[in-house]
Design a protein around this ligand. Structure first.
Ligand code: ZN
Length: 335
């Protein structure tokens, strides 16, 4: 597959580039914003291929020309993937791979496309270096910044880029994909899709990860019993994470666990507001959700959701796993 037809849910962004190509009003810089797993990379790859395609149809990549074949193989010399070795993207990375490189004309294509992944990791100096290029870009340059969020960009960067936000994909479309492409049984595809929060990447990971079911079961076990568990039992439940503890926020198991706790709380808000069990992600646990929803106020549930995000931040800041999780579990109790 080479065109845009296998990209789910991002029709508005694709239409934007189709229009830009037809009218010739392409901007020099775009921010593709969307959470991990929303499909930023695939989308950026296809946009780059479409811009450079030499086939007859000039809107969608044809998949047949040399440029498309090279793009598909990741070897198109006019598509530059900006890499970084450290946690942050430094001014050195931006200078050597973008600022100093843009003056060199494209090898073959009409455009030279720079794809900067995790662009939110550019520190201020790196962004200021990039700004020079954004202020006076050579006519053939197109820069695609891929970012989970736009909060860390300088206003001057934002004002020179067109920001396009990726949309979460409908769970039905994700389930369909898991059934047809990954041969998942129907009920499992629906479960993974509803837990994915609209992220195809997450859904695929759940579908192919044996731990998904055990993490889900652990969240159900914990949240169904949390109000009666002793402090020792609560701390004992952390043994579920085994060696993953030391990896903190880098662990998918920990990350998924926190995501699912959030979904549990969201289910409770949903049930309190609608009384409709069909809208719940944890549909199987309706009895516990109902019981807890009756015990908790909206405020209490919101506080619990805040506590989950706080735990995420603490783990990211390298607070000890057991301490961050103890604070979280205590905050999740209803009373
Ligand atoms: Zn082509």
């Amino acid at each position: 597959m080479h065109g845009f037809e296998d990209i789910l849910g991002q029709e508005a962004i694709i239409r934007h580039f189709e229009d830009a190509l037809v009218t010739g009003k392409l901007s020099h810089a775009y921010i593709l914003a969307g959470e991990e797993g929303f499909g930023k990379h695939l989308l950026a790859d296809r946009i780059a291929a479409a811009l450079l395609c030499t086939g007859e149809e000039n809107i969608h990549p044809c998949g047949m020309c040399v440029s498309c074949i090279q793009a598909e193989a990741g070897t198109n010399p006019d598509i530059i993937y900006v890499t970084h070795e450290k946690q942050l993207i430094t001014v050195g990375d931006v200078r050597s791979q973008v600022v100093d490189d843009v003056q060199v004309k494209p090898y073959v294509g009409k455009y030279k496309i720079y794809i900067i992944d995790e662009a939110e990791r550019m520190n201020e100096q790196a962004q200021n270096a990039l700004l020079k290029t954004l202020e006076e870009p050579p006519s053939y340059v197109v820069i695609l910044l891929l970012a989970a969020n736009t909060g860390s960009f300088l206003p001057t960067i934002l004002s020179r880029c067109i920001t396009l936000a990726l949309k979460p994909v409908r769970p039905e479309a994700i389930a369909e994909l898991l059934i047809t492409r990954y041969n998942l049984p129907d009920y499992m595809a629906r479960t993974c899709a509803s837990f994915s929060g609209g992220s195809i990447g997450k859904a695929i990971r759940y579908a192919t990860d044996a731990e998904f079911v055990s993490t889900r079961d652990e969240v159900i076990r914990l949240m169904s019993n949390i109000d009666h568990m002793s402090h020792a039992d609560l701390m004992g439940s952390l043994s579920f994470f085994g060696d993953e503890k030391s990896r903190g926020n880098d662990s998918h198991k920990v990350d998924d666990f926190l995501d699912m706790l959030s979904l549990w709380m969201r289910d409770m808000l949903m049930f309190k507001a609608t009384q409709d069990p069909n809208r719940l992600v944890f549909r199987d646990s309706i009895i516990d959700i109902k019981r807890q929803a009756a015990l908790r106020s909206f405020e209490n549930i919101n506080d619990a959701i805040d506590a989950i995000e706080k735990a995420r931040k603490r783990l990211r800041a390298f607070v000890y796993f057991d301490i961050a999780m103890e604070m979280l579990l205590m905050a999740l109790r209803a009373l």
